[in-house]
Write a protein that binds this ligand. Sequence first.
Ligand code: PTJ
Length: 243
Amino acid sequence: MIPKDHPRYQSLITRKKLAQYTLTGVVSLEGLTAHGRGEAFDYLIGERTTESAKLAERIAAAMLISARHPVISVNGNTAALAAQQIAALQEASGAIVEVNLFHRTEERVKKIEELLRDNGCDVFSGVAEQLLPLSHDRAWCRREGMFSADVVLVPLEDGDRCEALVRMGKKVIAIDLNPLSRTSRSATLTIIDELTRALPEITAACKELSKDECRQLTASVDNHYLLSEAIREINLRLCHAMD
Ligand code: PTJ
């Protein structure tokens, strides 16, 4: 039992949730270590949505609602942490929701799809093929889903697939707390924010952006600037920690 007045209540609840989803096979054991790395970077960021992340979230919304064929790629951690938020973003953006896993088994794919459906997602499933130019199981996707997408949102991604999707000519939006990761650096746009803070912001922006704002935001994507700002914000915080 985690007492509500514990100063790290939210963080402990999230860990517990992920541990439980590991027992049911939704989250991989490796997903727990990925979460730990995320927590460490979130600490450095100050566990808040920074100004540069807010801007990135608005640009992400503009990219999704302006896309011809947007896809939200979901892995085990994302489904466990944010299934309902994914459903809300799907409704606001009109994007396809497709499961794509690094530690892939048919059983895990089905479990994650079921969890997403139980939380209101319209999941794009069906026959997957090895369509992405990768030597691991993230290559498996659906021809009419991710393979045909022009914009793909990839929360908690590994760098390989992000690079492969960009090489295929797709615009890739990453959500990753680590501004130094290969994913962050190779994506078209990276949101340096925690997944469950980022998704509602993107959803809200999808609902409020005008066509003109979308045009301006999609014309102004500068990932290098956004990453530099995230690193600057971490530096500032580290300097103030010594005051
Ligand atoms: O479910 P599977 O089999 O597809 O596996 C998923 C994991 C997450 C295990 C896999 O994609 C993986 O190994 O990812 P990486 O390479 O560890 O990268 C995950 C990145 O996400 C790291 O840079 C973390 O800092 C970041 N991260 C972790 N938790 C969060 C996060 N970013 C935003 N929000 C989080 N909650």
